[in-house]
Design a protein around this ligand. Sequence first.
Ligand code: NDP
Length: 323
Amino acid sequence: MTRPNATEIIMTGPLMAYAADQLKARFTVHELWKAEDKAAFLRDVGERVRGIAGGGHIRIDGALFDALPKLEMIANFGVGYDNVDAAEAGKRGLVVSNTPDVLSDEVADLTIGLLLSTIRQLPQVDRYLREGKWLKGAYPLTTSLRKRSIGIVGLGRIGKAVAHRLEAFGVPIAYHGRTRQADVPYRYYPSLVEMAADVDTLVSVAPGGASTHHIINAEVLKALGPNGIVVNVGRGTVIDEKALIEALQNKTILSAGLDVFEDEPRVPAELIAIEHAVLLPHVGSASVHTREQMGQLVVDNLVSWFDGKGPLTPVPETPWKKA
Ligand code: NDP
């Protein structure tokens, strides 16, 4: 929809109609992700664009900022914003917002589901029944959450929601992050290798980016040991995927449950061939309820900004102080 004189923004990926319709009612929206020749598209509209509703696979970085000289605000769809060069945005005086909190419970629920699915092999058991194998005998016994101890990598908003749920399961919980948190009852490990040696189940909810790249590596997987299970709902880049595949193939760890991958949506054939892993296509927050909440926060951030009230949920790289 085009309205003369309205504030112009681009969408870098598809948003559900719930949010996209609100944006189109308030702004002139240009759908960059639909353009075949993106450079020509940006030459055409770039001079007038003041905001971005971020999502999808287009990287939002200095090259895009260069094409949008009047850009002020980037509202990212998602709490993870490693697709946005927020440091560069900060240097240019731009503001970046994300969608924290509104998805934490949903992702934590999914994490528990993935953890139990991996431990009790629920997808494999389902396939066993459908393939008629039950008629020939019972499914082999699985490992258990009983007697396991869990190490959470990245005890932030989602990590804490996962830990809170795990408390009800009566399993010991530890965590690794860059800083010890004063207000949590779980054992802190400044060293990820040391935590991996002391627990048998790693649950990663750490963000992507340079500081977490491949922190779960061959050494950590070796420390976790042959009874080890790795669950990752944070970002694929946190795990050295090649080392993980080797550990699963050689059975130097027991299993893995993954919602995120290094090169999404491409998942290595070697990983797909590993029957004793559980693989999900990045669905942590993917319910209608939660995606609506996230979409609403994208809309609300852009509306608040262009009403002159500042962003609602700016990221730390582009802090915002109310005047
Ligand atoms: P938070 O910022 O609240 O928490 C992130 C945690 O990671 C913090 O506790 C932080 O602790 C820790 N952390 C950051 N850097 C490092 C590091 N270099 N080494 C170790 N720990 C680190 O984020 P949320 O909990 O809201 O979200 C976490 C991530 O979950 C998102 O960034 C996103 O990537 C992912 N996510 C995945 C979804 C899915 O669908 N699978 C859906 C939503 C989010 P400290 O600062 O002390 O190091």
